[in-house]
Design a protein around this ligand. Structure first.
Ligand code: Q46
Ligand code: ZN
Ligand code: ZN
Length: 308
């Protein structure tokens, strides 16, 4: 099979787009497609100061790389969650993120849960009621809070995360099975800023996971290949496996599912609470961020209410 743009043999075939490219033209397509997604969903302007949430994995480092290629002014933020497993997962991932920053002359902000908040995810998961053997629930809470805070305090125009299409359709599938209408309403490629909330965008939401992996490989980006030890057996992975099976038989299913949902969301699902009446929500007396309840927000309850 030949490249769609030149006479070279194709290095990557994308049945879902009916496209094949050599390495060079794949990179060109990938960067162009990233820019197109940013433009299509009006994510941020060329002059924006962008904070990239990095995990040390292929998606987030590829996103940072692509945004640098596109000329954006970027910084990264890494959260060390204190997860070890057999592979010293958090410290190892941090090294990959730091190496990327050093090689590219860009700044990486590091938030360390143990030293900045006096608790790690495994420790809180074992010792709190909310955590009760559910590290991912605590981890999600911590990441949302800390990333939002980093973006607001750093004065960034937008916080970007590297969720790819496979991540997005797995979440969409789960939320649809449970008819989580509030979560569906918020599952957008871009969420506007609101008082206490940074603007958020997902420029990789239309890339299949194998496309971001191919980009990292062709660009020679070094990233952590091990998964977080807590990801094993997660529902998210089960949904991905099911969706992969369908995609194998019917290429394009994932992108159609996602794009179709975005059209339906815009037409039928109400705007989020943060978009409509942010001033109606109470503020957390400890961190000043908006919360859905009176008193401490969920993050502060877990991270400041638990004595050392
Ligand atoms: S890092 Fe955190 Fe994931 Fe690990 S503890 Fe779960 S949520 S699996 S993306
Ligand atoms: Zn080519
Ligand atoms: Zn708080």
């Amino acid at each position: 099979m030949r490249c769609a743009k030149c006479d070279l043999m194709a290095a990557i075939r994308m049945r879902q787009h009916r496209l094949s490219f050599c390495r060079e033209h794949f990179l060109e397509w990938f960067i162009h497609h990233t820019a197109e997604t940013i433009r299509k969903y009006r994510m941020f302007s060329p002059a924006a100061r962008v904070l990239v949430a990095v995990s040390g994995g292929k998606d987030s480092l590829s996103l940072w790389d692509a945004l640098i290629q596109l000329g954006y002014q970027t910084e990264g933020v890494y959260i060390n969650l204190g997860i070890a497993g057999n592979i010293d997962y958090s410290n190892a991932s941090q090294s990959y993120a730091q190496r990327f920053a050093d090689q590219n002359g860009v700044n990486l902000r590091v938030v360390d849960l143990a030293s900045d908040y006096h608790h790690t995810i495994p420790e809180l998961s074992a010792s709190t009621r909310r955590g009760n053997q559910r590290p991912c629930s605590l981890c999600g809470l911590a990441k949302r809070h800390i990333l939002n805070r980093a973006a607001l305090e750093g004065g960034f125009d937008v916080l970007v995360t590297a969720h790819n299409l496979d991540d997005e359709v797995a979440v969409l599938f789960g939320n649809t099975l449970a008819w989580q209408v509030d979560l569906l309403a918020r599952q957008s490629p871009v969420l506007p800023a609101a008082p206490g909330f940074a603007r958020k965008a997902k420029p990789f939401c239309r890339f299949y996971e194998r496309e971001t992996a191919a980009y990292a490989l062709v660009r020679g980006i070094e990233f952590i290949e091990d998964e977080c030890p807590y990801s094993e057996g997660s529902k998210q992975l089960e949904y991905k496996a099911i969706l992969n099976k369908i995609e194998e038989q019917h290429p394009g299913t994932k992108i159609n599912f996602y794009a179709g949902f975005q059209n339906a969301r815009a037409r039928f699902l109400a705007p989020t609470a943060a978009e409509t009446a942010p001033e109606a929500q109470p503020l957390c007396p400890n961190c000043g961020q908006m919360t859905t309840r009176q008193g401490l927000c969920a993050f502060c309850q877990v991270f400041t209410d638990n004595p050392l």
